[in-house]
Ligand binder design. Structure first.
Ligand code: KE4
Length: 429
């Protein structure tokens, strides 16, 4: 595959931008190759600057559930753009997206839009602390909630991928107020939440973990979490930045029937443009400025283009049978992947929740950070590089997720399984 233009761009980019990328995991360090620079995308495909075509399973890390360049989304952006790009004032598109989000998520009475998932989670945690007057937050090992200081404790995503324990620059007196415990461990959860010495404001959880690779919640785990936080007056925050409008139109809270106090969103609700959101019970959200004293603000929050793209996305997701069709596609694909893994790989574990999945190159069951860490990241790197050169674009980390979209055709998925088999055979040599 010709990659000279990508290589030249990467050399220049590294001179100007740390690591040549604007988000660490894109640097492909953990999979042992240089990144391809992408020029355009359409449907299930992306095209790099050297003209190579790939079937895309990163989907911009989740937003592109309808595929790239989805006509109704592009038209909504075009129409909105004709009237301007940003006003720094309320606009009708914000109200439309707020109606769609609150209409979709059973626990969300009110919502505030921001420009990233990190802004959403950091604001939700500040709100939980303001609402309870307490300061400790509880998170789970391997879960990632963006890069705000409080979250960079045993975090997932790029923090695992790059093997960094947390991050320099996060003061001890911040880290002290973050307790991270194992995911899917009810015993440690109960012991921690009942520890009277901890002044716990909130628990923040990915209801389906996607940042240590995909790890679904164990049976009863979310219900236990809900029961304990309700009993102890602790705010339960569902970080649905990945799962929101992904695992169902009502997110994981609808899928599992567990109602959090606050929900964080991102990715899909922006339709590919920068959007995050946090929302929940009116009683709690009413503490947010300018109604209440908990401050949060943002220059481009509620940007009309991003709101229009998000609204067009959610409307398209309301199509009858959308999630059922995606589930059928994902189930068939996962079965094919499992069959190949059983045939060619000594140890492999496929974890899936709907259209988001991870093939771990290691022993199962994989139910938490420690078991996920047993996966062979080097072997995954070899697989990644082989698939990339065969035109299949996977997440450049063993500890990320693979996303399917409604744009992935049966032919795309059949070809992907064919290239997977070819790559597995290469791994055996
Ligand atoms: P952003 O600030 O990156 O928009 O969202 C942070 C975030 C919050 N919560 C969850 C559950 C998330 O998965 C994320 C971001 N996800 C990563 C990929 N796992 C984004 C990709 C990247 O960091 O480049």
């Amino acid at each position: 595959m010709k990659t000279t233009t990508s290589q030249a761009l990467f050399a220049e980019a590294q001179r100007l931008i740390p690591g040549g990328v604007n988000s660490p995991v894109r640097a492909c360090k953990s999979v042992g190759c240089d990144p391809r620079f992408i020029r355009r995308a359409s449907g299930s495909k992306i095209y790099d600057v050297d003209g190579n075509e790939y079937i895309d399973f990163v989907c911009s890390w989740g937003p592109m559930i309808l595929g790239h360049n989805y006509p109704a989304i592009m038209e909504a952006i075009r129409q909105t753009m004709a009237d301007g790009t940003s006003f720094g004032a309320p606009c009708p598109q914000e109200v439309e997206l707020a109606e769609l989000v609150t209409g979709a998520l059973p626990s969300v009475d009110m919502v505030r839009f921001v420009s990233s998932g990190t802004e959403a989670t950091m604001s939700a945690v500040r709100l939980a602390r303001g609402y309870t007057g307490r300061k400790v937050i509880v998170k789970f090992d391997g879960c990632y909630h963006g890069h705000a200081d409080s979250f960079l404790v045993k975090a997932g995503s790029g923090v695992i991928t790059l093997g960094i324990p947390g991050s320099p620059g996060v003061p001890e007196d911040i880290v002290r107020n973050t307790v991270s415990i194992p995911y899917n461990n009810e015993e440690i959860l109960e012991k921690t939440l009942r520890d009277a010495s901890l002044d716990i404001a909130c628990v923040i959880v990915e209801p389906v973990a996607g940042n240590m690779g995909v790890v679904p919640p164990a049976q009863g785990f979310l219900a236990k979490l809900r029961a304990l936080t309700s009993e102890l007056g602790i705010v339960l925050i569902f970080d649905e930045v990945i799962t929101g409008f992904r695992v169902s139109y009502g997110g994981a809270q609808q899928k599992f029937g567990i109602m959090p106090d606050l929900t964080c969103l991102g990715k899909i609700i922006g339709g590919g443009l920068p959007v995050g959101a946090y929302g929940g019970k009116r009683e709690i959200m009413s503490l947010i400025s300018p109604v209440g004293p908990v401050y949060q603000a943002g220059t481009l929050s509620g940007n009309p283009l991003a709101m229009a793209a998000g609204a067009a996305t959610l409307k398209a997701l309301q199509a009858p049978g959308f999630y059922e069709k995606l589930e059928t596609k994902a189930t068939a694909f996962a079965a094919g992947l499992q069959q190949l893994a059983d045939k060619y790989l000594g140890e492999a574990t496929l974890n899936r929740q709907g259209s988001v999945m991870t093939l771990f190159f290691g022993p199962g069951p994989i139910t938490d950070f420690d078991s996920a860490m047993k996966a062979d990241a080097n072997l995954y790197g070899k697989f990644y590089r082989s698939m990339l050169d065969l035109g299949i674009y996977l997440a450049p980390s063993q500890f990320e997720a693979m996303f399917l979209s409604s744009a992935h055709s049966d032919e795309d998925l059949a070809r992907t399984l064919e290239m997977t088999e070819r790559s597995f055979k290469k791994l055996q040599n």
